[in-house]
Ligand binder design. Structure first.
Ligand code: 1GP
Length: 250
């Protein structure tokens, strides 16, 4: 079965799925291995790897380290064309649909597609919707796009529906890594009641309760990233897993 369908099946069974995003720049390959072993022992559903501003050139080495230690799918969350590797199981084939920058709407994709085919990794067509969330985020700055207003659900809903009509497999509602505020639960609810494709929500989610709220509002996958750059926060990981897997009894 294809990676995304497998993830979806698992998420439906558990209530929702939980992805942890790893920015490979923040850890050495050895640290990555230890971190991945630790998070995989806690019943997460997938690992996203990538970032908007990866300055290190050893992306492939990082994926090798992650893949070796992981018992869940490893999916590239590419911030640039350099972030494609044959080692991964799949790649979010992102189009920044909240913006109007052609490079990120349908530009880099043309360059990336032949390599994705050559490497035989599964592309997961994703409508990436960046929301205003307080301060300027790296994703906003790098993509040079205007984020969606979080107090205008009708605009967000129309974008998500257009993604569905274009045949995208999922929409990613993004507040940006380390955002002050996550995508409002009201927005998640409005979109989930309006479209049929699964919704990924990430950016600025800081507590298990906040994650649960998004799931109850209709998110199919939750992503947290830099929260666990602080190893001290790892003690919260099990609570996140429990909060997101609403149909599981732990
Ligand atoms: C960022 O959605 C991800 O692209 C995760 O965000 O690092 O804020 O958890 P955080």
């Amino acid at each position: 079965m294809q990676v995304f369908n497998q993830l979806l099946k698992r998420a439906n069974k558990k209530g929702a799925g939980y992805f942890i995003l790893i920015d490979p720049d923040t850890r050495t390959p050895k640290e990555l291995t230890e971190f991945v072993k630790e998070i995989c022992s806690k019943n997460i559903d997938g690992i996203l790897i990538g970032g908007s501003l990866i300055v290190d050139s050893s992306f492939n080495d990082s994926i090798i380290a992650v893949k070796k230690a992981s018992n869940v799918p490893v999916i590239i969350f590419p911030g640039s064309l350099q972030q494609i590797s044959p080692i991964a199981d799949a790649i979010l084939f992102l189009s920044v649909i909240s913006g109007r920058n052609p490079q990120y709407l349908f530009g880099d994709h043309v360059i990336a597609a032949p390599n994705i085919k050559k490497y035989n990794i599964e592309p997961i067509s994703t409508g990436y919707m960046l929301f205003q969330s307080g301060r300027t985020t790296t994703a906003e700055f790098i993509t040079n796009t205007k984020p969606l207003p979080p107090h205008k659900p009708e605009i967000a809903m129309a974008h998500a529906l257009a993604a569905q009509y274009l045949g995208m497999k999922t929409v990613y509602l993004e507040a940006g890594s380390g955002a002050d505020h996550s995508v409002p639960t009201k927005i998640v609810k409005a979109i989930s009641s309006y479209i049929d494709i699964p919704i990924i929500v990430g950016g600025g989610i800081k507590t298990p309760d906040e994650a649960r709220e998004k799931v109850e509002a209709g998110a199919k996958f939750i992503v947290t990233g830099n929260l666990f750059d602080d190893y001290g926060n790892l003690s919260n990981l099990e609570d996140f897993v429990k909060a997101i897997h609403t149909k599981e009894s732990y």
